[in-house]
Ligand binder design. Sequence first.
Ligand SMILES: Cc1cc2nc3c(=O)[nH]c(=O)nc-3n(C[C@H](O)[C@H](O)[C@H](O)COP(=O)(O)O)c2cc1C
Ligand code: SF4
Length: 854
Amino acid sequence: MFTPSSSHFEPPKSHSLKSRDIDDSVHGGLTSPAKFSVEGTLKIDFATLHHREQTPVQAPLMRAALGYRRLCSQDWLSGLGPGTAVADLVGLWHAHRTPLILCALAILVSIRIYLHLYEETEELIALPKVYQKHAPPTTSAQTARGSLDKKTVTKSNGPRRIKGGIARKPSREEKENVDLTRPVKVLVFFSSVKTKTETFARDYMTRLGKATEQLAQETKREFLKPELHDLSEIDFEDFFVSPPKSNDDAVFFYLFLLPSYNIDTINDTLLQHMEETHHDFRVDTASLAPLLGYSVFGFGDGEGWPNEAEGFCFQAKELDKWMSKLTGRKRAYPIGMGDMKSDHAERFEEWAAGVHETIGQAATTGSLGDGVRGSGDAIESDQEDIADEDDGEVVFEDDENDENETPRALDDLEDLGKMIRTSGNDGNTGSQKAPLAIDFTTYGLSTKKKAQPQAPVVKEMVAKNSPTYAALTKQGYAIVGSHSGVKICRWTKSALRGRGSCYKYSLYGINSHQCMETTPSLSCSNKCVFCWRHGTNPVGTTWRWVVDPPEMIFEGVKEGHYKKIKMMRGVPGVRAERYAEALRIRHCALSLVGEPIFYPHINEFLAMLHAERISSFLVCNAQHPDQLAALRAVTQLYVSIDASNRESLRKIDRPLHRDFWERFQRCLDILREKRFRHRTVFRLTLVKGFNVEDEAEGYAQLVERGMPCFVEVKGVTYCGTSTSSNAGLSMSNVPFYWEVCEFVKALERRLHAKGLKYGIAAEHAHSCCILLASERFKVDGKWRTHIDYKRFFELLEERGPDGDWRPEDYMGEPTPEWALWGNGGFDPRDDRVDRKGRKIENVVVREQPPGEVW
Ligand SMILES: Cc1cc2nc3c(=O)[nH]c(=O)nc-3n(C[C@H](O)[C@H](O)[C@H](O)COP(=O)(O)O)c2cc1C
Ligand code: SF4
């Protein structure tokens, strides 16, 4: 036992009992022996403690205090046995167990509360039974995917989140119904400039046909005959926004055979279309997901582009990437690549064998298999997901490490300057980088993606070493710079020989032999079925090429034109006086091919023409409203009206812009506003079976909307190319003149019914062309459709390109008698001749011959 050595025991600091360690109820009855100091240290008067009478409450506390003293003193260490110490500890426990247990409980509760508040919460997924009840039966394939699917994050159906910075797309959960009864149809798409890929693709179709027949036997699944599609012939909207509609309820498998070109080809248009679809907030993400799968094979040239870093098969890789995004990673088989100069056949065999096997597997299971490379699974396509799901919001695309970057939007207009050619260029820029896209149509409205400041590398629209250039020059075009063209039309040649002028002479007084036909943009944003130039002219919704300065184009086209006129000098029948006149260009028809207002400096180019007193007839395709609105003075402004309704326009013009109808309508509204400043013209090209039948009312409504000064109606000219036949055009689509007459009369009736003052003014039966004019151009009962060109230039010089004058101010003399409606419109100065140059009579059939069906 120990003896208290002092009346006040001061426990060592390290052994102080804190006030909270002793329950108030226990020490509540203590007065003097145990007291708390200010700091909360327990001080016990042991002397008093021994002699006091103890209450039942005090007794254990006193025992505990004594035990504590013993523990704290050096006695235990200086010879007292461990048994005593254990007994003291037990005593201490008995004395304090209640407060100790309560303290421990309090601590545990605090920890639990803390963890509950601060730990990372996991989403609680509660699947109501009702969903489980309707869940589709899982196939073995889905079960196989199950383990991977667990890693996926379910996409919220709630409002889209606004994001900045790099967005990483959560993997998509596959929830498709696998229906193994639907037939499978393989579609093979190809592009080809120099026909090698096309030949290869056509050969492959026979083999693919046999392979699918065999797969049908092996898998017991129905396979429809595979189809081949030339990418330059199809409407991308039909295949690459969502899978095509199928009467057989087929599920599609896409294969692509794509050569790469670092010059502008249909490949660029396709890739751009895919990118736009991917970023279009109106289109579902992975809108091609219902496809069974897809795979790409690229052809390249290993000599010119020895490796992928240098651009070997770069467009096939791009395509593979966009298809992966659009299909939600349905890459059925890895991209194959072959060098056209060496191993392409061997590489293609390997790829085709793998693809056929995968198609078989997919047909049997409805799935592309486990997460192996090529399965199209999320794991392998991770790279493609960076900044992918932008939810239509501002996203910084982080593709810097990608060798084959996709086009980037320019930040501001100043960047355009960098693209303008400063010196002569010998053609190809040699760059493998994709071009820079500038959408002049929407320019300045929004900049969806912020481009990194970097030196833009852009391609030429028609590079000198490109097959397009070769094809165009072969067709008689002189290519000026990299995107402009000039050609003398057959009417210029004909007029030089005194064999008749084009309809513009009859209707507006244009001298065909003094007319230059040109365009500052060989590119267009439509693929009209009647255009004779598909496959050779580049198409695109945005200007993404080097921009040539207007001075260079102006000088170049004049030079090209005069060169061609001079080549006519020795042609039999050319009249000396007309030849001499032809060496002075008086008119310019900006309608050769392509879309002139696509050219960013069209106003400057027009000013150059006018400065030399060359009149301008500008034809645009009603797809670029902003440019149309910004257009300054033009002698006569045309808008092509190729259909009276949305569906018909889509079929006939095959526009690349998804909002083509809205653009078209905006253009009509702009034309309406301009009708008192410009001579505005609707040009209707009638294609039987496409845009004529029952459409007179539709056209009348469009006239009511745009209120043009004139409506030119022309029957389509059949050019007999494979393009037109592929588009479903044949001679039977070319209307007879009497059919055009019938249509114009019907249109006139509709216009009158609407109270619109138009009348049939003039015609050129030889070109199947009839002119309806607003009565603004009828003075004293006489049509005055011709133009006073001299007056036009005077007005322009007096008042500037934005000056206010009206089309009536430069109205010409009354339309000559021979050009008026009913008189045929043949230039009386000239003879009409047949192919052999023999004179022929002017016979015009304006009425439906007996027995003909309209
Ligand atoms: C002007 C031009 C540019 C080309 N650019 C590339 C290229 O960037 N990368 C590549 O791998 N092959 C390139 N090639 C090679 C073609 O892709 C290859 O010759 C292909 O087989 C042509 O297919 P086609 O005959 O079906 O058009 C280019 C060929 C030409 C003529
Ligand atoms: S607008 Fe003209 S150039 Fe363009 S596709 Fe149509 S017809 Fe051809």
